[in-house]
Design a protein around this ligand. Structure first.
Ligand code: SF4
Length: 383
């Protein structure tokens, strides 16, 4: 397996470059080409000597991950299926900003997810492994090759607080002026609700935003939708309150609206009652249906009725009208399609990134969920 440049610490990269016949300053230059300009081909790094390019190609890769498939929606949303060095796949979505504003990238943090929300394609196949920091950063590099990026939402495949060291290390690179240079205020970390993770995020000085997924106004329904959820809504609300008191940053509560399941006005009123006295608004997400799911998306009128019931009860409520329905933008959908042997076709060369589009590898095992009881399967605790 060829190591990627971003998998190496700067000092290790400098050593590798010197071993390949280059000078230490070439190492910094290579990182800049990748992080600032999304150039993922040594030959296109015009300040590198040719002999060094040839030597580097034998030992290192600009990026370890490659675009395995891509879908584009008419609204400008692009979803990438990325194949990692070990053959596993993850998804990254780039969504255009409203009215020409900066684009948002949704990144994955794990291969698969142990939380197993019943409405989510990513939860269907279980957890395989955590992503390393550079595998998270590489998603941003691929996304930025499609066009400028201003926001990051850590809401893709996986539960970020169950891989928090790697997530924070990746966000350090993302927000470092010598890295991708994005604003920490434009980063949102979403959790299904792991109080220890929320408490740790409250201690972080960088002003990241926090989103806590509730999805139900009562514990019985929440456990039905998120079978692994062990923490009750009252405890989550308490964790959110403590988060605000410590960080002075208001969290957002995420709520996926499922038709006939959690979208009734009386459920909105119950949700408002549970959130009374907590700083932070509710972000409503009309469900993005996935094939085979028993859940459906409520019509827009019902979504507005739920939002208005929350507002009448004094809750700041907004609707995130889904982008990219045509791009299979529901979390994990493209990965599931690829695993079932029906990946959407990639379009090499259309987005500017130099990394080649590669055909799926033998899916015999790399993309398969680990056997029950394996180390990977048992790594992630219940939220
Ligand atoms: S919604 Fe998020 S936490 Fe739930 S299974 Fe999907 S990726 Fe995991």
């Amino acid at each position: 397996m060829t190591r990627g440049i971003l998998a190496l610490e700067p000092a290790a990269l400098a050593r590798a470059v010197v071993e390949a016949g280059g000078r230490p300053f070439h190492a910094a230059s290579i990182r800049r080409w990748i992080l600032e300009r999304s150039v993922a081909d040594f030959a296109r790094m015009t300040d590198l000597p040719r002999a060094l390019v040839a030597a580097l190609r034998d030992s290192l890769a600009p990026l370890e991950s490659q675009v395995a498939a891509r879908t584009d929606a008419p609204d400008g949303t692009t979803k990438l299926l990325l194949r990692l060095a070990d053959g596993h796949t993850i998804e990254t979505v780039r969504m255009p900003g409203a009215k020409g504003g900066s684009a948002t990238v949704c990144v994955s943090t794990q291969v698969g997810c142990a939380v197993a929300c019943r409405f989510c394609a990513s939860g269907l196949a279980g957890i395989v492994r955590n992503l390393a920091p550079h595998e998270i950063v590489e998603q941003l590099v691929h996304a930025r090759a499609l066009g400028p990026v201003g926001r990051i939402v850590v809401m893709g495949i996986g539960e970020p607080t169950l891989n928090l060291d790697a997530v924070l290390a990746a966000l350090d690179v993302a927000t470092d002026p010598a890295g991708l240079g994005l604003s920490a205020r434009k980063v949102t970390i979403s959790t299904v609700g792991v109080p220890a993770g929320i408490a740790r995020l409250a201690e972080i000085e960088k002003p990241f935003n926090l989103a806590i997924s509730l999805h139900a106004p009562d514990d019985a329904l929440r456990r039905e939708l998120i079978p692994t959820a062990k923490v009750g809504i009252d405890d989550l609300v308490a964790a959110a309150r403590a988060y605000f008191e410590r960080s002075h940053r208001e969290p957002t509560f995420e709520y996926v609206l499922l038709r006939g399941v959690n979208d009734r006005p009386e459920q909105a009123r119950e949700l408002a009652r549970r959130l009374r006295g907590v700083r932070g608004g509710v972000n409503l997400i009309p469900y993005n249906p996935i094939p085979g799911s028993p859940y459906e998306r409520p019509d827009d009128e019902r979504v507005r009725a739920f939002r208005d019931a929350l507002r009448r009860a004094g809750v700041v409520a907004t609707v995130r009208w889904s982008k990219g329905l045509e791009a299979e933008a529901a979390c994990g959908q493209l990965r599931i399609a690829e695993r079932s042997g029906d990946p959407s076709p990639a379009r090499p060369g259309s987005a500017g990134i130099a990394a080649p589009v590669v055909p799926p590898r033998d899916p015999a095992s790399p993309g398969s969920p680990p056997p029950q009881g394996s180390a990977a399967a048992s790594r992630a605790p219940a939220p």
